[in-house]
Ligand binder design. Sequence first.
Ligand code: TYD
Ligand code: MG
Length: 452
Amino acid sequence: VASRFGDLSRSVGSGVSVTPLPLGSISTDSAAAVATGIDELDRVLGGGLVAGSVTVLGGEPGVGKSTLVLQALASAAAQQRTSLLIAAEESGEQVRRRAERLGAAVDGCYVLATTDLDAVISAAGQLEPSILVVDSIQAVSDVACGSQAGSPSQVRECAGRLVRYAKSLGVATLLVGHVTKDGALAGPRTLEHLVDTVLSFDGDRHQSLRMLSASKHRYGATGELGLFEMTESGLRGLADPSAVLLGDRSRGVPGSIAVPVIEGRRPIIIEVQGLVGPPASGVPRRVAQGVVGGRLALLLAVLERRCNLALANSDVFVSIVGGLRVNEPAADLGIALALVSAVTGIPVGEDIVACGEIGLAGELRQVQATERRLSEAARLGFRRAVVPKSAPEGPIELELLRAGTLLDAVQLLFGADAAGRSRHRTGSGGGSELSGDRDLRTLVKNPASLVS
Ligand code: TYD
Ligand code: MG
């Protein structure tokens, strides 16, 4: 191809052709994902690991990263895929013992305990595995680089070499990475730019629920959530997360409500809890767990202005049970109703779910995928749903309680006087909220029909 820019089909230094191709003629086969067989991992990866791709699996120490990769390799081995696990933090014996605990058939899984990157590359060159795992990237070092293992320059150097290696040989590569307390990958941020996919594995070490999500994914969407339970014999995928998340729900307690959220493509019913009380210290506290603080502030402002609920002088806590994070505005209505329930001391019926976005004018807005949320609620035995006026019909088992505004929804659930009267109750200054519960309950005219 000759043009005034010269011969376009010449090769540049690396020998790579510089001939542009029509977009439609470029092959997409090489990016085909191969399933690991661990369903929740494959869900987050959008099918599985892609040959030649590099994935970082980040998580706090003890969350279960080594367990997850070993299970994935064992599962790949069962599909006749050879893998190489670089144990840079453990001995081969320790890996073997974990594999036995997991009951993993691991004949196709090779282990090399080393921290030397040259040894990693040469072992991979000999074995030519289809999957290479380095556990962890902070523990390996390149002698040529000089600096200490785990230092930013060392992590960047090692990851860079592994990325080039993975691309040139078409090996699906997984790098285990430790994260610091605030959730950032230890080592340089550039690690995230170097690789194709960044997964993070979260969960409370003292609880068994584990969550896997992607913050970057070159081969697919990042919205999917993988859910596992850590058991005595390894990680078990949660096929029915709603049932597990609602398993320990307390009955008839004010401040709790069930909310259908969408995680990736999957609807999940979660429990939202609120607690409101006189401030423990001079300054009222707002604590949001699993909910963005700014969103809570917005909802509190709407409750105050549009529903006449005085919360400015109270401590307010909101929590998503199970440690999930909910960023969807669809959870607005549930959060607001949990708080009203906490303030009034009136429990929300346990067969009720709520979903809807709240606008600054206090109006309720429809959210995406309402039908799927409501179907999941019906499947789990819920019978009533508080939804925006414009929401589509749900399944027949579910009675829809339609509300145009947050105030409508509050009155529907807690009685006509709930919001208005709470102003009087809480208006006398901080500290009176909880003592006023009983007075309010007697003021509420007709809460009985809709609450448990
Ligand atoms: P591990 O995978 O070593 O975590 P990481 O590599 O992220 O540091 O697992 C850590 C914890 O998981 C450890 O405290 C023990 C627990 N565990 C189980 O509960 N069940 C199991 O089958 C295994 C292998 C580990
Ligand atoms: Mg580990």
